[in-house]
Design a protein around this ligand. Sequence first.
Ligand SMILES: Cc1cc2nc3c(=O)[nH]c(=O)nc-3n(C[C@H](O)[C@H](O)[C@H](O)COP(=O)(O)O)c2cc1C
Length: 280
Amino acid sequence: MKIDFSVEEAVQKRYSVRNYQKQEVDTNLKHEIEAFVGSLENPFGKKVNFHFLESKEAQNQQKLGTYGVITGAEQYIGTTIQLEPMSLEALGYEMEAVILYLAHLGLGTCWLGGTFNRKGFANAMNIGENDIFPIVTPYGYPAPKKHIKETMMRKMIQADQRREWSSLFFKSDFQTPLSKEEANELAFALEMVRLGPSASNKQPWRIVVTEQGCHFYEYKEPNYSDRFAYDIQRIDMGIAAAHFDFAVKEKMMQGAFHTESEPDITLPENVEYAFSWIKE
Ligand SMILES: Cc1cc2nc3c(=O)[nH]c(=O)nc-3n(C[C@H](O)[C@H](O)[C@H](O)COP(=O)(O)O)c2cc1C
């Protein structure tokens, strides 16, 4: 997998597009997208499967429901995994790579983890019953205007806001906030994490920076994931890993992800260790 576009531009360009033009993406471009998807990999070593769907080819189009959240979409991409440690993070990482790539191509997307008819999409995408199917995204050309429900949703979840640095990034322990200046050469990668998308815009990622590197934690919102058979916020953690990884690679910084490098520090309530990025 090669990220040969500006990470910052793609991250800035991306937002959740919920209203699409009724215009199909050109076949050649679709092939390029499929090739990119075919080249995906993730630092957690877990398999993520991708499924493409053309709305017009689905037999039961009314079953491709999104509760009125998505309008005009002609094509979708779904992802499935086997539920095992780090597979939700792997899905978040690879799907976000696709989403940034599509943003770079000028195409809109919208992470959907809740507001879609899982059964209808699973049938249309030939997804087996033993696969976990957490996410689909539509993709296509954004319509010039947002629809009313979309505007209301964005307001309700404050989709244009992001948490401040001081509540996300810390130095050595969770008592000491990390400033942008102190983050130094890591500031760019941390800022890319901060601007990422997350389920209901909850921004669960917390990062403690030490001499070794960066330790990623999840602020697990109480009861939030109860309606799923898995912790959907682990997907947000994978998105954070993708933004971070693409940013440090762009800056030629050397390091790698590890899942067993948890530092011995006291955790605030509802915070869980996820993984670390260790300098090399
Ligand atoms: C894992 C995940 C699941 C999401 N599920 C939904 C969803 O079911 N429906 C929806 O409309 N948006 C969904 N979103 C989009 C978020 O609401 C959106 O990313 C966030 O509000 C920030 O807005 P932005 O993407 O425009 O920056 C999801 C995002 C993520 C990362």
